[in-house]
Design a binder for this molecule. Structure first.
Ligand code: BYC
Length: 472
């Protein structure tokens, strides 16, 4: 049942052939998706043969096959994790009822909004990353970029399937609009702020896949708990693919850090720009930027939307069913940051209204793990420098800290004083120019740009020297 037939026009494991109307609607959307990919997907990539993995099965081991594929021929399809018999709504006011196989009418608008917001981020990221292929640090990395891109495309398919299958005409209209909003577009931008940022260099790409895709992980986990079963099953399978994106981010930043630490040790200075490296203080600034814009992706600390999604049974907490409490949160409280007398302290909110903040805290703890590993590699190189995640109040544009000027240490400052210090904390125009100046394409198999260490191993048992992309 779980095996996917790749020979169908739209590969799927949802019995599309048995639903002619839905099939026709999706087959109408398919060429629109492809023309979007050709127009706004990775530039100058169409003729390349890329060693890609394609999902062929939704059950654990052996779920993917690896082969050379030209990206416009990638088999984007619709894959849901297997149905769990007897599954229930596991939280909120419907806790204990049978999970919904259809959209609960009274929550239609909220559910659609969640699916649209999730779906919108997927093509956004492809648009944001579209020029990176031309300046790849190695063929290994080029392949990673393309793998991430085709899978984000598939994740768009996942949400578009839900819209088409469960929301009728307005679902189809939302699916159209997914291809009409564009990252950074002045008139029709993407929904969430971080998905309109420019990602024009590979340090940003690795930070993106580490921090922004990790927001994806936490949001998808929360949606994978949904009482609306098709959404839960869709997100469960997306998480399988998503894990690789964070691997790209963690090892990507890790390799830039490792190379920076090597060069710093070799030349006995943090200032390795004369040697063509990306110095650790610059890496810290990029981290400050990407981490802070991703914290905004969790919404406000105090959110009636978040509380409603939870009580309605539409969006749970991270690992909801593993949490030991009543899963209704009638009397529970949660600590949230507040500003009192110009200082950041902790206050109490109801756990329901603080649901976004809890997810943000889970996310921060997960982000810290990679930072610890990067710091270990700096220490191992014998270099005296430590990367740190900035305080959650730093450089924020949503919620309690919007309009505040907090330092990376979490001290509220005057605007002028903050602005005077900002060039030490966030990438400056010069930093961006410098990083961009290093971005020259490396196309020889096994070769790496000077500013990044090689990976520990290749992909799917292949050597690092493997020709991961045959460029035509
Ligand atoms: N930017 O009540 P609040 C991924 C709006 S990434 C702009 O706190 P809520 C991926 C908000 O819409 C995961 N606007 O909001 C990663 C609301 O507007 P209204 C994507 C924002 O709804 C890498 C108002 O502010 N998935 O998969 O609780 C590559 C009040 O805020 C933002 C999801 O996000 C913002 N950052 O929280 C590829 C999951 N934040 O009502 C893919 C689905 C808030 O006043 N989305 N606003 O008009 C959600 O669960 C929620 O929409 C959010 C927002 C958590 C994002």
């Amino acid at each position: 049942m779980a095996t996917v037939d790749l020979n169908q026009k739209i590969p799927n494991n949802v019995g599309l052939a048995d639903d002619r109307r839905l099939q026709r609607a999706l087959e109408k959307w398919q060429p629109e998706f492809l023309s979007w990919w050709n127009e706004l997907g990775p530039v100058q990539s169409k003729a390349n043969d890329v060693y890609l993995r394609t999902a062929v099965d939704v059950s654990g081991a052996g779920w993917a096959q690896f082969d050379y594929v030209k990206m416009p021929e990638y088999r984007w399809g619709i894959f849901l994790a297997d149905k769990e018999e007897g599954r229930e709504v596991n939280f909120g006011s419907h806790k204990g009822e049978a999970a919904w196989q259809d959209v609960p009418g009274e929550y239609r608008a909220e559910l659609r909004r969640l699916i649209v917001t999730q779906g919108d981020t997927e093509p956004a990221s492809v648009e944001q990353q579209r020029r990176l292929g031309m300046i790849c640090p190695s063929l290994y990395d080029l392949r990673s970029l393309y793998q991430v891109n085709v899978e984000e495309g598939r994740h768009l398919w996942a949400m578009v399937y839900l819209l088409h299958a469960y929301f009728g005409r307005d679902g189809r209209e939302e699916a159209e609009e997914m291809l009409q909003r564009h990252a950074g577009d002045a008139d029709k931008p993407r929904i969430l702020e971080a998905f309109n940022e420019n990602t024009d260099n590979w340090l940003s790409f690795f930070m993106f896949t580490y921090f922004q895709d990790r927001d994806g992980k936490f949001q998808l986990h929360s949606l994978a708990e949904s009482g609306f079963d098709p959404l839960a099953r869709t997100c469960q399978f997306m998480l399988t693919e998503e894990a690789h994106h964070m691997f790209v981010g963690e090892t990507g930043v890790g390799r830039v850090v490792k190379r920076a630490a090597q060069m710093s040790a070799e030349h006995n200075t943090l200032d390795i720009r004369p040697h063509g490296g990306i110095d650790l203080p610059t890496i810290q600034k990029y981290m400050n930027f990407h981490f802070s814009i991703c914290l905004d992706l969790f919404g406000q600390e105090h959110s009636t939307n978040g509380a409603n999604y939870y009580s309605m049974g539409l969006k749970g907490r991270y690992l909801e069913t593993k949490i030991d409490d009543d899963h209704v949160l009638t009397d529970a409280v949660y600590n949230v940051p507040i500003i009192d007398n110009g200082k950041i302290t902790t206050g109490e909110d109801t756990a329901l209204l603080a649901i976004n903040e809890r997810l943000r805290d889970d996310y921060i703890a997960d982000c810290q793990r990679g930072v610890d590993r990067w710091n270990k590699s700096i220490k191992d190189a014998g270099v005296d420098f430590e990367l740190t995640l900035p305080h959650k109040a730093f450089h924020r544009n949503i919620g309690t800290f919007q309009g505040q000027y907090a330092s990376p240490e979490g001290e509220i400052m005057e605007k002028d004083a903050w602005e005077a210090k900002a060039p030490e904390w966030l990438p400056t125009e010069d930093d961006r120019k410098y990083v961009l100046s290093l971005m020259a394409p490396v196309h020889e198999p096994g070769k790496m740009a000077n500013w990044i260490a090689p990976p520990d191993r290749g992909i799917h048992g292949q050597p690092i020297e493997f020709e991961y992309v045959r460029i035509h």
